[in-house]
Design a protein around this ligand. Structure first.
Ligand code: A3P
Ligand code: MG
Ligand code: MG
Length: 363
């Protein structure tokens, strides 16, 4: 299988056995967290943690997601953060040497979500870069040409959709357990609360960072112990479902992503806000993540997603053996095609393991 066709290239065929059993996946463990402030500066604190505020009457709300939309401070897309903030967290929290003791693979949760969804994805390809250093494979996604184009050509209408999701978060969260949502402040999309997790998928020990929308807690979360005890909740918006075709598409395209994203961090509940075409939410519903695979039976199978991920990570670890912080193995995939890996000797635009991290890791 998967035999290299040349020294600097390799191919993985996308044939995953169907009907495989669900693989071993360890319950994710919270290792720590960090915040990104309004200027997107890394902060070793809980300042950006939000508390979920469920509406008193979920079946009858009126959240206008267009409210103060023009004041929104957009995330600066020009800075490419790559894996920087995760590397910072590791540097601040792991005593060197930083080696295989922290795990086999380090990345963002979003990257694993992308891998999990691949067997059912028929629109969007991806690019995943991997670098091995001191026994650990670091992985970081980069934008495909199509995605770069789409970002460049995003119309105000496209951006509006993007803002709506964040606005919903503002309606559903507060800065402390006894506070109410504050709609008076302009939304700043730089702000983020990120939690670091570890888990295990079969033989792969994973460490990943994940942006968290909020916790359900009546007490203030003051430290790591509190954070480990808190229940994380995901917030999502969706067009209200009125036709069977919309229900079908929701199961096929949304539920898979929501399941993968939530399952990886042990989230069991999602508050979904149903909006109309004008961006007004009239109803919110608490959904159980564990129900999704049953709802989507015959459409997608979570075991297949997980087994494919295991298969791909095994492939990556077989290929990425050389330890050089600036060299990346770049894995590219487009729907309907095989995964192609290419070695790109560094430094290149894709390198993402910085000298400050690499040197510190070896201490
Ligand atoms: P929705 O979740 O309501 O779509 P997340 O749900 O992952 O916490 O992301 C929060 C919001 O950010 C999303 O709200 C959406 O508005 C926006 N967003 C995140 N990733 C996006 C993407 N790739 N394209 C467009 N919008 C995105
Ligand atoms: Mg989020
Ligand atoms: Mg969300």
């Amino acid at each position: 299988m998967d035999s290299p066709i040349a020294e600097e290239k390799c191919i993985l065929k996308l044939d995953v056995p169907r009907n495989g059993p669900f693989p071993k996946f360890q319950r994710p463990i919270v290792l720590g967290s960090f915040s990104l402030d309004r200027e997107r500066v890394y902060c070793s604190d809980l300042s950006q943690l939000k508390y979920i505020k469920a509406p008193k009457n979920p079946k009858n709300v009126k959240f206008d997601l267009n409210d103060k939309l023009s004041d929104t401070i957009e995330k600066n897309e020009e800075i490419n953060e790559k894996l920087d903030n995760v590397l910072k967290w590791i540097s601040h929290n792991v005593k060197p040497p930083i080696d295989e003791r922290i795990g086999d693979i380090v990345c963002y949760r979003g990257l694993i979500t992308t891998i999990l969804c691949t067997p059912y994805e028929n629109q969007e390809g991806w690019i995943i870069n991997a670098t091995k250093w001191n026994g650990v494979v670091y992985m970081c996604a980069s934008d495909t040409e199509e995605k770069k184009q789409r970002k460049k050509q995003a119309t105000p209408h496209d951006k509006r959709f993007f803002h709506w999701g964040y606005k919903f978060e503002q309606y559903m969260t507060a800065a402390s357990p006894d506070a109410e949502p504050d709609l008076s402040v302009a939304q700043n999309q730089n702000e983020e609360f990120c939690v670091m997790f570890k888990s295990k998928l079969n033989l792969h020990r994973l460490m990943y960072g994940a942006e968290m929308d909020g916790v359900e807690s009546s007490d203030v979360v003051k430290n790591l112990e509190d954070l480990q005890a808190a229940e994380f909740i995901e917030l999502k918006t969706n067009r209200k479902i009125q036709h069977p075709k919309q229900a079908e598409n929701f199961k096929k395209y949304k539920l898979i992503k929501w399941w993968c994203q939530s399952f990886l961090v042990g989230i069991t509940k999602i508050w979904c806000g149903y909006r109309d075409d004008h961006g007004v939410i009239h109803q919110v519903e608490k959904m159980q993540v564990s129900d999704f695979p049953r709802k989507a039976k015959g459409i997608w199978d979570p075991a297949l997603c997980m087994n494919f991920c295991d298969h791909f990570l095994t492939f990556v670890r077989d290929v990425v053996k050389e330890e050089e912080p600036h060299t990346v193995w770049q894995f590219q995939w487009s729907p309907g095609e095989d995964i192609v890996g290419t070695k790109i000797p560094g430094p290149s635009e894709f390198s993402f393991v910085h000298n400050w991290f690499a040197d510190n890791a070896k201490k």
